[in-house]
Ligand binder design. Structure first.
Ligand SMILES: [Ca+2]
Length: 187
């Protein structure tokens, strides 16, 4: 009898646990991995960009406006630093550009506001690595991370193999010179 009660209790707990897991998460307080950023417009008003707005609205706008690179692959850190807690230099410039508009623009035409703000900062070099933001966006590198910029693959290749290539070139020249001198002696 005791065993039966124990088995029943266990079964009920298991069922309850399964049921609880199957329930959708709490919608009002849904957690996002992206930080909420507050905009302060010049007229003293302010507005929040929540994590859900970043991922649900801003990222799709960016992905849709850049055609030469599929930003969905690495958009996570486009505006944020690697801890996802703060903005990187590009994210900061983007927020500053948005703040030049008004709360009315924010509330009534958010899509246009995002597009225009991106456009306003496209010729800046937010991270100071020598490439403009739009060059980096088109090449699929982070405009807010100076260690990531176009032409990296060639540079990395040279850093890794440049030493060997130089050494092989020197040895090859010595061989060539050796044979040339030997030949001259024989003649
Ligand atoms: Ca960069």
């Amino acid at each position: 009898m005791r065993k039966a009660i124990l088995v029943m209790t266990l079964t009920i707990s298991l069922l309850l646990m399964t049921f609880a897991n199957a329930l959708p998460p709490n919608h009002g307080e849904e957690k996002s991995i992206y930080p909420t950023v507050t905009l302060y417009f010049s007229d003293g008003t302010s507005a929040n960009i929540t994590g859900k707005v970043w991922s649900g609205t801003i990222f799709p706008i960016v992905e849709g406006s850049i055609h030469s690179y599929d930003w969905s692959k690495k958009i996570k850190y486009l505006f944020f630093d690697k801890t996802l807690k703060g903005l990187n230099p590009y994210g900061l410039d983007f927020i500053r550009a948005m703040e030049k508009y008004t709360l009315k623009d924010f509330d009534t035409n958010f899509y246009k506001l995002v597009n225009e703000s991106m456009n306003d900062i496209k010729n800046l070099d937010s991270d100071g690595d020598g490439y403009t933001n739009i060059e980096e966006l088109n090449a699929g590198t982070y405009p807010g991370d100076p260690s990531d910029h176009p032409g990296m693959n060639q540079e990395e290749f040279w850093n890794e193999y440049g030493g060997y290539i130089t050494l092989i070139a020197i040895i090859a020249s010595i061989f060539v010179l050796y044979f040339v001198f030997n030949r001259e002696k024989k003649d």
